[in-house]
Design a protein around this ligand. Structure first.
Ligand SMILES: Cc1ncc(C[n+]2csc(CCOP(=O)(O)OP(=O)(O)O)c2C)c(N)n1
Ligand code: SF4
Ligand SMILES: [Mg+2]
Length: 249
């Protein structure tokens, strides 16, 4: 019999804690597929954040480190510098990376640390009940902004992929999403590019993923996919923001 689909080998039997329709599960599966396809399991270390993805070390048969709030890039710096031959991936939510850990990601990027950063932008603090994150859209309702995000109290949404692309230490920056099969395929290509750049010993690559959080947004899973298309992509355009290899060519 011909096998047309199988579960990635790197996955354990653990069941995830994600809500139905959550983007973390989609991205987590793409990462697992790439680990299998690129043979990264035995020489890779995955650095996980706090937030809804904080139990991810249970999902992969791989070495892992769970970093304190926002500190994943600092932890990854130590790991990658101690053994540059290791494949090191940092995975962070928007509350973790752009709020609690803004200094860590900025300085890791300023230093040009040579690991892959996967940034899950779901425009909210998912795990703790849907509070405003730096990425929350203007007028988006959140538990700490019941009348919607306003500039006078919460400022403006931060575009991390553009912000980091301004730094010479970041060699690749792209924004993708996972709200349709075509976008999921493009997300996998972006993740693969990031992993390949790291294996080539290049600088930091940054992949921002617009990811559905139906629970935090108080939308059905299907409506959450539509909200990404109609709202989130307008604020956070998809595409490659920086590719040093192409600029040099
Ligand atoms: C110092 C500290 N700040 C905040 C928290 C609470 N906390 C844990 S997870 C989290 C939200 C994380 O949100 P995000 O990084 O966007 O991840 P998501 O759950 O949306 O994937 C917060 C605020 C904490 N436990 N300790
Ligand atoms: S609260 Fe949001 S980010 Fe967290 S598991 Fe549920 S859908 Fe995913
Ligand atoms: Mg979040």
């Amino acid at each position: 019999m011909k096998t047309i689909y199988k579960r990635p080998e790197v996955f354990t039997d653990a069941v995830t804690t994600y809500c139905g329709g959550c983007g973390h599960g989609i991205v987590g599966k793409l990462i697992a597929e790439l680990i299998d396809e690129m043979g990264l399991q035995d020489n890779g270390i995955l650095v996980w954040p706090i937030g809804c993805s904080c139990l991810s070390d249970r999902y992969y048969k791989m070495d892992a480190y769970m970093a304190l709030h926002g500190r994943a890039p600092a932890a990854a710096t130590g790991i990658k510098r101690a053994d540059p031959s290791k494949f090191v991936m940092v995975y962070q939510g928007d509350g973790d990376l752009a709020s609690e850990g803004m200094a860590e990601i900025m300085h890791a990027a300023i230093r040009g640390e040579k690991f892959s950063v996967i940034f899950i932008n779901n425009a909210i603090y998912g795990m703790t009940g849907g509070q405003v994150a730096p990425t929350t859209l203007m007028d988006q309702v959140a538990s700490t902004a019941p009348y919607g995000r306003k500039a006078d109290t919460c400022g403006f949404p931060v575009k991390m992929a553009e912000l980091l692309a301004n730094l010479p230490g970041v060699i690749y920056s792209e924004r993708v999403t996972v709200n349709s099969p075509a976008h999921i395929a493009a997300c996998k290509r972006a993740l693969k590019k990031s992993f390949e750049l790291q294996l080539g010993g290049k600088g930091m690559s940054f992949i921002e993923i617009l990811s559905p959080c139906p629970t935090g947004w108080k939308l059905s899973p299907v409506k959450a996919l539509d909200w990404i298309e109609e709202q989130a992509i307008q604020e956070y355009p998809l595409g490659v923001i920086k590719d040093v290899e192409k600029e040099d060519a």
